[in-house]
Design a protein around this ligand. Structure first.
Ligand code: NAP
Ligand code: HSE
Length: 431
């Protein structure tokens, strides 16, 4: 039986420094839980000359990956440096060397998760990735273990802290998009390249990870319909608010006999919906299970200590397995074949904001377009502010297929009385 466990930490930025802080600050608790001492033996960084606020000895910092991977006394590698290819190679090499791995890297797990988990199984090593989705929320473990007996039919949620922070600051503090993004970056929420956050790619990667787990099927990034924050037009947040909605960049995944549908897009949530009041960098995910019904998990979706809490929980789990000699004993192969729903089988309500010529008969012409495509309207409103360029109409539909929505959009765009389709969103809700 081991009497100590040594860790090689790859990365000492927002997350890595948080892991070191928790391991130092909670050392006695961790030792009590595990019965052995767990120590950070080496830390890989890019710039070895950078000054760092840490209790760790400067001699354990290196910029040479080989020094960490080839150290036989290191049992566990914690990959929190980010990026795709370099991080993936490091994880693969660590597993091939028989070392367990904990990662917070959704880029790697969304793209190479299945093959790396397979390799971990073959090498009888653990590969844990709790922090890759939802920062400090124990989502992966809840889905793998807590809901293991249930059949999940859908999930919907806010899975990117940066964009939720930006939308909250824009709505509640009148901050500009640019200032809110700069603040999210300063606080360590945004990715190294924040376009991954604002374009919805970070959330899409997280939805790949969640949907693969939820539905036990392979899900690829290309299967996810993605629209980012840039699709939100000036005035949309206020307009939506006037109708009783809050705009959130949300992920959704559903599965039925027609296949799976996964999306990330700005969605209008009724203000009474719990996700409408998830603010700042907080994330929340609603899970719909056949047996459990509806469950919502909520917590900080980004940031140093919250994310490091999830990484450290994985470290504890991997250490327990190391001590019991039962690493890598999880079955990961997908149970179901990959089948993606067509647009004709994805149903939702839609919000359409349209600038039209201010002429008699335009409203009748537009409503006829909807009914010709079998789309039924729940709300039809003309914006009260008089526009010089024309009149602004807002339509909220009943549920219809994404294909009907696309067909209506196409016809609207070809209609001479329509000056511009200003914006369009999915609306959360059944009716
Ligand atoms: P970060 O602050 O940019 O830190 C990255 C760290 O890795 C830095 O210490 C950097 O070294 C080091 N590094 C980067 N590339 C390297 C390379 N090629 N060789 C050696 N060292 C390298 O990143 P982070 O925010 O901590 O994120 C780390 C990972 O966690 C990412 O996969 C991210 O998506 C994920 N994650 C982040 C959060 C969050 O809230 N930030 C939440 C959940 C998951 P230097 O210090 O010398 O620059
Ligand atoms: N950039 C990510 C976010 C970090 O803002 O959600 C957490 O994964």
């Amino acid at each position: 039986m081991k009497n100590e466990i040594n860790i090689g930490l790859l990365g000492f930025g927002t997350v890595g420094s948080g892991v070191a802080k928790i391991m130092h600050g909670h050392q006695q608790d961790l030792q009590h839980k595990l019965g052995v001492q767990v120590s950070i033996k080496k830390v890989l960084v890019k710039d070895i000359t950078k000054s760092r606020d840490t209790e760790l000895a400067s001699e354990i910092f290196t910029n040479n990956l080989e020094e960490v991977l080839n150290d036989p006394s290191i049992d566990l590698i914690i990959e929190v440096m980010g990026g795709t290819n370099g991080a993936r190679d490091a994880i693969e090499r660590a597993l091939l060397a028989g070392k367990g791995v904990v990662t917070a890297n959704k880029d790697v797990m969304a793209e190479y998760g299945q093959e790396l988990l397979q390799l971990a199984d073959e090498m009888k090593c653990d590969l844990f990735y709790e922090a890759s989705v939802g920062g400090g929320i124990p989502l992966i473990r809840t889905m793998e273990d807590g809901l293991a007996s249930d059949r999940i039919s859908a999930l919907t949620g806010i899975v990117n802290g940066t964009t939720n922070f930006i939308l909250t600051k824009m709505k509640h503090e009148n901050m500009t998009y640019e200032d809110a993004l700069a603040e999210a970056t300063r606080l360590g929420f945004a990715e190294a390249d924040p376009s991954a956050d604002v374009d919805g790619i970070d959330a899409a990667r997280k939805m790949v990870i969640l949907a693969s787990l939820a539905f036990s099927t392979e899900v690829q990034l290309d299967d996810v319909f993605v629209r980012g924050l840039k699709e939100i037009q000036n005035g949309d947040l206020e307009l939506a608010d006037g109708f009783g909605y809050t705009v959130k960049l949300a992920g959704s995944a559903e599965k039925d006999e027609d296949g799976i549908a996964v999306a990330v897009e700005p969605v209008l949530f009724p203000n009474s919906h719990p996700l409408a009041s998830v603010n700042n960098e907080y994330n929340a995910v609603y899970i719909y299970g056949d047996a459990v019904g509806e469950t919502m998990l909520y917590g900080p979706g980004a940031g140093s200590l919250p994310t490091a809490t999830s990484v450290t929980a994985d470290i504890v789990a991997a250490c327990r397995n190391l001590l019991l000699g039962m690493n890598g004993k999880r079955l990961h192969s997908p149970q179901h074949e990959r089948k993606v729903k067509s647009d004709g089988k994805r149903f939702a309500r839609y919000f359409h904001r349209i600038l039209v010529k201010d002429e008699v008969g335009v409203l009748t012409k537009l409503t006829a377009i909807y009914s010709n495509h079998g789309a039924s309207l729940a709300t039809v409103v003309q914006h009260p502010d008089k526009k010089e360029s024309g009149a602004e109409l807002v339509f909220i539909t009943h549920r219809m297929s994404r294909q009907q929505h696309l067909d209506v959009m196409e016809e609207l765009n070809q209609t001479p009385e329509v000056l511009e389709v200003l914006s369009h969103y999915r609306v959360e809700g059944e009716k």
